[in-house]
Unconditional design. Structure first.
Length: 192
C-alpha cells in the first residue's frame, strides 16, 4: 500500500468515513508496533496488544478535539504511549518457585549474567597480557594503552605525545609485533 495519511483523509475520518478510518489504522500499524516495543513489550501478548492499539486509535477518532490546536497524529501517538504505559502498571506477577509445564522450577531456569569459565579465561588472558607488556618500551606501552584502552586515534596519540603520526604508527606496529612474538614463544592462544 503506497497511501499516505493526509489532512483531507483525517478530516473525512473524523467526520465518520469508515474507509478512511480503516486506512489510517492500517497505515499506523508501524506506530502501534513501535509503541508496543517501546512501552509494553510482552511477546506472548503481541496480537492482543496490536488489536488494543487499533481500538485505541479508533477511540482517538471519537475523542479528538481539533479546537485544542493539536495535530491528530501527534494526539494518536501520545494516546498510544499512555495506553501502553498504563498497561505496564498491571504487570503479571508470578512466583519463581512455581513450576512450568515440564515440571521445572522457574528459579532454576533463570540465566545468570555471570559466566565463571569466561571470567576465568578473561582474567588469565588479562594477566598474560599484563605480563607481556613488560617486553615493550615505555612509549610502545603508552601507545598501546592509549589506542586500545583509551580509544584514541593514532593522530590523537601523536598530538598527545608530541610525536609525528608516523612515529605513533611505527610504535604501535612494533609493539603488536613484540606482543605477538611473545605469545607465540609461550604458546599462548590469543585471538588478534
Amino acid at each position: 500500500m503506497n497511501k499516505k495519511i493526509d489532512n483531507e483523509m483525517i478530516e473525512r475520518a473524523l467526520k465518520g468515513s469508515l474507509e478512511d478510518k480503516d486506512t489510517i489504522v492500517e497505515l499506523l500499524e508501524p506506530l502501534i508496533k513501535s509503541s508496543i516495543s517501546r512501552y509494553y513489550y510482552r511477546a506472548h501478548l503481541y496480537d492482543d496488544l496490536m488489536q488494543d492499539g487499533k481500538l485505541e486509535i479508533l477511540k482517538c477518532f471519537k475523542n479528538f478535539d481539533p479546537s485544542q490546536g493539536v495535530y491528530f497524529l501527534g494526539y494518536v501517538k501520545t494516546m498510544l504511549r499512555y495506553y501502553y504505559l498504563n498497561r505496564n502498571r498491571d504487570k503479571e506477577c508470578f512466583s519463581l518457585d512455581e513450576t512450568n509445564e515440564e515440571g521445572l522450577c522457574q528459579l532454576e531456569l533463570l540465566e545468570s549474567d555471570e559466566n565463571i569459565e569466561e571470567d576465568y579465561i578473561e582474567s588469565e588472558t588479562n594477566d598474560e597480557l599484563k605480563a607481556a607488556m613488560a617486553v615493550l618500551t615505555e612509549i610502545e606501552k603508552s601507545v598501546i594503552v592509549d589506542f586500545y584502552y583509551n580509544n584514541l586515534s593514532l593522530h590523537e596519540i601523536a598530538d598527545k605525545r608530541g610525536i609525528k603520526y608516523r612515529t605513533a604508527v611505527n610504535n604501535k606496529t612494533r609493539a603488536i609485533y613484540k606482543l605477538k612474538t611473545h605469545f607465540e614463544e609461550i604458546n599462548f592462544k590469543f585471538e588478534w
